[in-house]
Design a protein around this ligand. Structure first.
Ligand code: ARG
Length: 458
C-alpha cells in the first residue's frame, strides 16, 4: 500500500515496523471525532475558497459515507494504513477519487488533526463522566435520606471513635465526588480549545479561518501557539489526574464496604448481584465488585504516571512518542466510567443494617469524648476531664463494663463531678444530636446537607 510519504522513500516500510508503528488497533475508536473534524475542516476550506465547492461537496459526501460504514462496523480498518487519519483518507480516495480526496489535507497535518480528535473525544468523555458522578451522588443522597436514623461508629485509626450518622458518612463521599466533578469540569475548559490550523508545528501558508472551524465544532476558543497546540498533552494529563483522584475516592469507599460487609462488622449486606461465591468454600459471598474497583484504581493511577513520563523529556513540538498517549487515556476514561456505573448499582442494591444502642456502646467507648465534654460543662478543665474519663474507661476495661452501665455511685468514686444527668449526656443518640455545628453529624445538620445537596444535584 502506498504511503503518503512515498515520494521521498526508496524502500518500503519493514513489515515489523509497520505493525510496530500502527495505532489503528486503538485509535479507530476516534473515527467519529476524526470525521467530524474533517467535515468542519473541509467546510472551512471551501468557505475560504481554498478548495472548490464541488470538491468540498464530494469530500463531505464521502466522509459521511465513511461515517456510516464505521457506525455499521463495515469499515475495513488496516494496519498498513497506520492510524485512523490515514485509514479514513485512503478510503475517501477509493470512494471519491484522489483528485478531490487529496485536497482535504490542505492546510492540515496529522499533528494538529490528532490533537483535535483527542480534544473532541475527551470533551465527550468528561460529559459522560460528570453525568455518571451525578447519578452516583444522587444515589448516595437518596441512601442518606432513607437511612437518616441509622447510627454507626465513626473511626479514626480504624478504632471506634465517636458515633456518627451513617448518612453523614455517606455524604462525606458525596462531597469528595462533587469535587471530582468540579475537577473534570475545570479540565474541560482547557480541553475545549481548537488546535486545527497549527498544522505540523508552525501554522500554515493558507489563508484559513480558524475561528470558523472552531465555531463549526463548538469550540469557544482557538489555540494561541501552533507549537504548543501540537506538542502538549497537559489537558489529557489533567483528565487522567481527575480520573485518578476520583478512583482514589471510589477505592477508599470500596475498602470501607469490604470491611462493613464482613461478618465482623456487619454494617451492610451487599446484594448477590454484585458479589460472587467461592469455588471451594460454600459459605462465602465475596464483595468482588468493591474489590475490583479498588484494584482498578491502580491502573488509573498508572495511566497518569504513564502520560507524565511520556511527556517529560520531549523536545518541542510533535514527537511520535505522543502516539502512546491514547491507550492510557482511553483506559482511564473507560475504567472510571464502568467503575462509577458498577459502584452506583452496587450501592443501590446494598442493604444497610441497624446496630442496636447496646452494640454501639458495648465496644469501643464511643461516647468517652462526650463524657469528658460533660465534665467540662460542669466546670472541669478539659485536660483534667480527659484524665478522669480515661480513668473511667480503664475501670470499665478492668471490670468488663461499659460507660453507660456504670452506676452513679461507681462514677462518683472516680470523680465527685459526676451527677445523675451524666447518663443522658453519654447516650448514643444524644451524643450524635449534640454535634449540632455546621458540618457536624447531628441529624438536624445532616438533614440540612441533604436538602442542600438535593437542590445542587437537580
Ligand atoms: N497516530 C499519530 C498519533 O497518534 C498521529 C500523528 C502522526 N504524526 C506524525 N507526524 N507521524 O500521534
Amino acid at each position: 500500500m502506498k504511503k503518503p510519504w512515498s515520494g521521498r522513500f526508496k524502500q518500503s516500510t519493514d513489515i515489523l515496523m509497520e505493525t510496530f508503528s500502527a495505532s489503528i488497533s486503538f485509535d479507530k475508536r476516534l473515527y467519529a471525532c476524526d470525521i467530524e473534524g474533517s467535515i468542519a475542516h473541509c467546510k472551512m476550506l471551501a468557505h475560504c475558497k481554498i478548495i472548490s465547492p464541488t470538491d468540498a461537496r464530494k469530500i463531505l459526501n464521502g466522509l459521511r459515507r465513511i461515517l456510516r460504514e464505521c457506525d455499521a462496523g463495515r469499515f475495513p480498518f488496516s494496519d498498513k494504513l497506520e492510524d485512523i487519519h490515514m485509514n479514513i483518507e485512503s478510503r475517501l480516495c477509493e470512494i471519491i477519487g484522489p483528485a478531490a480526496a487529496g485536497k482535504l489535507h490542505t492546510a492540515r497535518s496529522r499533528n494538529d488533526q490528532i490533537c483535535l480528535d483527542i480534544r473532541l473525544y475527551l470533551r465527550n468523555e468528561v460529559d459522560e463522566t460528570v453525568q455518571a458522578i451525578n447519578r452516583l451522588c444522587k444515589t448516595l443522597v437518596g441512601l442518606a435520606k432513607k437511612n437518616i436514623d441509622r447510627v454507626i461508629p465513626g473511626y479514626t485509626h480504624l478504632q471506634r471513635a465517636q458515633p456518627v450518622l451513617l448518612a453523614h458518612h455517606l455524604l462525606a463521599y458525596v462531597e469528595m465526588l462533587l469535587r471530582d466533578e468540579e475537577r473534570f469540569c475545570d479540565a474541560r475548559k482547557r480541553i475545549n480549545v481548537m488546535p486545527l490550523g497549527s498544522a505540523a508545528l508552525a501554522g500554515t501558508n493558507f489563508p484559513i479561518d480558524r475561528k470558523y472551524t472552531a465555531k463549526l465544532l463548538q469550540f469557544p476558543e482557538i489555540s494561541h501557539n501552533s507549537m504548543d497546540a501540537v506538542a502538549d498533552r497537559d489537558f489529557a494529563a489533567e483528565f487522567c489526574s481527575a480520573a485518578a483522584l476520583l478512583m482514589m475516592h471510589l477505592s477508599r469507599f470500596c475498602e470501607e464496604l469490604v470491611i462493613w460487609n464482613s461478618s465482623e462488622f456487619g454494617f451492610v449486606e451487599l446484594s448477590d448481584a454484585f458479589t460472587t461465591g467461592s469455588s471451594i468454600m460454600p459459605q462465602k459471598k465475596n464483595p468482588d465488585a468493591a474489590e475490583l474497583i479498588r484494584g482498578k484504581s491502580g491502573r488509573v493511577f498508572g495511566n497518569l504516571v504513564a502520560l507524565l513520563t511520556l511527556m517529560k523529556g520531549l523536545p518541542l513540538a510533535y514527537n511520535k512518542d505522543l502516539q502512546e498517549d491514547k491507550e492510557p487515556l482511553f483506559d482511564s476514561a473507560d475504567t472510571t466510567q464502568v467503575c462509577l456505573k458498577i459502584f452506583t448499582a452496587m450501592m443501590k442494591s446494598a442493604k444497610f443494617k441497624s446496630l442496636s444502642a447496646a452494640e454501639l456502646s458495648s465496644r469501643g467507648f464511643l461516647t468517652a469524648t462526650d463524657m469528658a465534654d460533660y465534665l467540662v460543662v460542669k466546670g472541669v478543665p478539659f485536660r483534667e476531664a480527659h484524665e478522669i474519663t480515661g480513668k473511667t474507661v480503664a475501670y470499665c476495661l478492668d471490670n468488663g463494663r461499659t460507660l453507660d452501665d456504670l452506676s452513679l455511685r461507681e462514677l462518683r468514686k472516680i470523680s465527685r463531678r459526676f451527677q445523675d444527668d451524666v447518663s443522658q449526656h453519654i447516650a448514643i443518640k444524644n451524643s450524635v444530636d449534640r454535634k449540632n455545628v455546621y458540618g457536624g453529624t447531628a441529624k438536624k445538620q445532616v438533614r440540612a446537607q441533604i436538602s442542600r445537596l438535593t437542590k445542587k444535584l437537580k
